[in-house]
Write a protein that binds this ligand. Structure first.
Ligand code: PEP
Ligand code: MG
Length: 310
């Protein structure tokens, strides 16, 4: 492949031979959304709605939420945006959704699990998102964080559709969900891999703890092999499977992810152009061979070296 830096990106995420891999932005505020749009993101692959409420002491009303979400969606009128429902708990506590004292908050009632006890909070958020979709003109999909089983995915998708939102998906952040991605895709419209949490739960290594950061390296072959299962599920079902964790922001790893069958990559604004250019400089067959080489290794240093060689 030609050198990434030498290639201009035309703004449409695709390999050199035209295989589409959407390049999307991760956002948590209207400022982020503006930055992602200016960076050339084709849409939003992850809108972290809990970022709007890290300081809120009580649940925001439907009207307040609708306004806040509309401000984030407006730069993406006519473009795809995936809104994630509140991902509260562990590293992102929300005062109005605090669980009881838990010995291991990362393994506790967090993410979608909060909604099983209090579905009315989810339903109010879905109502606000549906309203913001209308107000902004963005093509809105909704996804849930921290989904463990097919039954949870089906439960969520039903509530999303009941709220009048056309497309429902879930995040794959738990190894059990990765291993059952095929069956999960049978009950939702798409999945998106949160590699930050998927690594944390695969390696039993706290994502916030520097002492175990080496285990959370997204080039770990153990993580890549789970991503392969998810990519295969996307190919088998013909449904989209994106990546919205930090892994997607590495222009070289982006090629491996495309080679594994992942269909979109979502990242912070500063990475958008480099990832777009990296894809544009490489054919799908080259991506597949990089993926195969990285998968065949047994540690992240070797995996990086294997994917750099070709
Ligand atoms: C992830 O876990 O990779 C992810 C994208 O979600 P967050 O970082 O917000 O937990
Ligand atoms: Mg996560």
């Amino acid at each position: 492949a030609a050198k990434t830096g030498a290639i201009e990106w035309d703004g449409t995420g695709a390999t050199a031979d035209g295989h589409r891999v959407k390049v999307l932005g991760n956002v948590g505020s209207a400022t982020d959304a503006q930055a992602a749009a200016e960076a050339g993101a084709e849409g939003v692959g992850l809108f972290r709605t809990e970022f709007c409420y890290l300081d809120a002491s009580s649940e925001p009303s439907v009207e307040e939420q609708r306004k806040a979400y509309t401000a984030v969606l407006t730069p993406f009128r006519g473009k795809p945006v995936i809104v994630r429902t509140l991902d509260a708990g562990a590293d992102k506590p929300l005062a109005f959704l605090e669980p009881d004292d838990e010995p291991n908050p990362a393994l506790g009632v967090r993410g979608l699990r909060v909604a099983f006890d209090r579905p009315e909070i989810l339903d109010r958020q879905l109502e606000a998102i549906a309203g913001a979709a209308q107000d902004s003109g963005a093509e809105v999909s909704v996804m849930a964080p921290m989904v463990a089983t097919v039954a949870e995915a089906a439960w969520f998708a039903e509530r999303v559709r009941a709220a009048g939102i056309a497309r429902a998906g879930v995040m794959i952040e738990i190894p059990a969900a990765a291993l059952t991605a095929r069956e999960i895709l049978d009950v939702v419209d798409f999945v998106s891999v949160g590699t930050n949490d998927l690594a944390q739960y695969t390696f039993a290594a706290d994502r916030q703890l520097g002492a175990v950061a080496k285990l959370n390296d997204p080039w770990q072959p153990g993580l890549l092999r789970l991503l392969k299962v998810i990519g295969q599920a996307a190919k088998d079902t013909g449904k989209p499977a994106g990546v919205c964790g930090e892994a997607a922001a590495d222009p070289r790893l982006a090629l491996v992810l495309a080679g594994l069958g992942l269909t979109s990559l979502s990242m912070n604004a500063p990475a958008v152009r480099a990832v777009g250019a990296s894809l544009a400089a490489t054919t799908l067959a080259e991506c597949e061979s990089l993926a195969e080489a990285a998968l065949a290794t047994s540690d992240p240093v070797e995996a990086r070296a294997a994917a750099a060689k070709r």
